[in-house]
Design a protein around this ligand. Sequence first.
Ligand code: CUA
Length: 151
Amino acid sequence: LDEKIWLGLSFGMIMIFMLITGYQGFALEMGPPSHKETIDPQKVDQTAPFDQPGIKQIGENEYEVVMTLQIFSFNPANIEVPAGSTVHFTMTSKDVVHGFQVANTNLNAMVMPGHITKITQKFDKPGKYLVLCNEYCGAGHQVMSTTITVK
Ligand code: CUA
């Protein structure tokens, strides 16, 4: 009888491990959307939402920014939001790997062709925030910048 209990216990343990492994695999597979979503870099202009880059108010203090990056610019550039806004950025690159780093915030993302990068940031403090490309993307890399104005 003792033996049967141990056998049963070890079988149970194996089942639990398998379930955990299976669940982890499933969870990883689902992943955060930013790592899963892909786009044809040749067809960015024809693919929603990137066919209409821009800023859109989606809630009382909430904005969505659909942005395309290409050498050596951000589109839209020089966006403005009221202080206290939460901004959801949805970005892709039309050519090479670019960076999206916003000074004085924790915003720092890589924007790759073929991939959709999604990040959210709340802007509480009014001011002009410098946006820089921090991935070397060619001869004009140093001048690839824009601003986010929080009013
Ligand atoms: Cu774009 Cu460096």
